[in-house]
Design a protein. Structure first.
Length: 178
């Protein structure tokens, strides 16, 4: 806060680039291409092609109830985690408990339906896929929170994870409940 107030008093000129420097930076990107290390791969090739996401981007997924918004977001997070890039992912869910999120992630990774997981008594081949999926997702740098009900709590978790492991992605399901 003190640093921000100091920058506001001084006009923040030391951090700003001139118009010419901004144009020169953009020209560099146009001629050499974008720094690919800043791009986050969602695991959906068409989405990545149409709308490449960068680390600082804010993405909102909208749709009607039951249209698959949460599952899409969970799949994007899972694909990012599978990629193995540095940093952790945080999922703050105000809509479902942690156990349901684990069920959905495990079902997607093991390709065993959520309904089958909940029913239990899996076939041998399904249980083998579930066990292999557990082994994979257990190692993911993932933080699940279902107790963050306001922006201050979400920001505190994000800052804590960022300082400890580096924050790659923050998913909030869903924003209107914050």
């Amino acid at each position: 806060r003190t640093e921000i107030q100091t920058l506001q008093r001084t006009g923040a000129t030391k951090l700003s680039k001139t118009w010419g420097e901004q144009i020169a930076d953009r020209l560099e990107v146009y001629t050499r291409g974008k720094d690919q290390s800043a791009i986050i791969r969602t695991g959906f090739a068409e989405l990545d092609e149409m709308m490449p996401l960068e680390r600082s981007d804010f993405m909102v997924v909208g749709g009607t109830t039951g249209s698959g918004k949460t599952m899409l977001a969970l799949n994007i997070v899972a694909n990012i985690l599978r990629e193995g890039a540095p940093g952790a992912c945080v999922i703050c869910s105000l809509e479902m408990p942690q156990g349901q999120i684990v069920d959905r992630l495990l079902a997607a990774d093991s390709r065993v339906g959520t309904k089958r997981l909940k029913q239990g008594a899996l076939f041998k081949h399904e249980m083998e896929r579930v066990e292999a999926g557990i082994g994979r997702i257990y190692r993911w740098p993932l933080v699940l929170r279902d107790d963050c009900h306001n922006l201050a709590d979400i920001m505190a978790v994000a800052r804590g994870v960022h300082s400890a492991k580096g924050l790659r992605v923050l998913m909030v399901d869903y924003l209107q409940l914050v």
